[in-house]
Design a protein around this ligand. Structure first.
Ligand SMILES: Cc1cc2nc3c(=O)[nH]c(=O)nc-3n(C[C@H](O)[C@H](O)[C@H](O)COP(=O)(O)O)c2cc1C
Length: 126
């Protein structure tokens, strides 16, 4: 399931602030680090980044849901220095040299739901 995040070129990242106002953005630099962690690189995030600092929870779906019909939810850690941040900077610069990430956002996935249309829609997988 996590592999398909890597194969998708875009994921949609949903966040909320403390007042529960929802926000969703497309993110290109997202890839799984292991079976329960997704790295998202904060390059241009504004409301998203503020939201994650206020309320460190997020949900993602990949753009190509036909290949990966799942919703991943969990808590978020923001790293603005250290190994995760350095890895995020290296990755971003390998994609586009002008990028200057402000943070590495780690989504620690603790729930996965199916979004497959049909009887399993909304069912908790893990
Ligand atoms: C195709 C595409 C890929 C994007 N990839 C990223 C990304 O990897 N990292 C990032 O911080 N913003 C990325 N953005 C920008 C965000 O989608 C969004 O514009 C930014 O977070 C500002 O919105 P916000 O204020 O709601 O956070 C991407 C936008 C598009 C259209």
């Amino acid at each position: 399931m996590m592999d398909s995040i890597e194969k998708s070129n875009i994921v949609f990242l949903a966040t909320t602030n403390k007042e529960d106002d929802p926000n969703v953005v497309p993110i290109g630099l997202a890839r799984p680090l292991d079976n329960e962690t997704v790295l998202l690189v904060a390059n241009f995030m504004k409301k998203t980044y503020e939201n994650l600092k206020e309320n460190p929870k997020a949900a993602i779906v990949v753009a190509d849901v036909t290949k990966c019909p799942y919703q991943f939810k969990g808590n978020v850690e923001i790293h603005e220095s250290g190994k995760y941040f350095d890895d995020a900077v290296e990755w971003a610069k390998s994609v586009m040299a002008q990028l200057n990430p402000k943070g590495a956002v780690l989504l620690k996935v603790d729930e996965i739901y199916s979004v497959q249309p049909g009887p399993d829609a909304g069912k908790k997988i893990e």
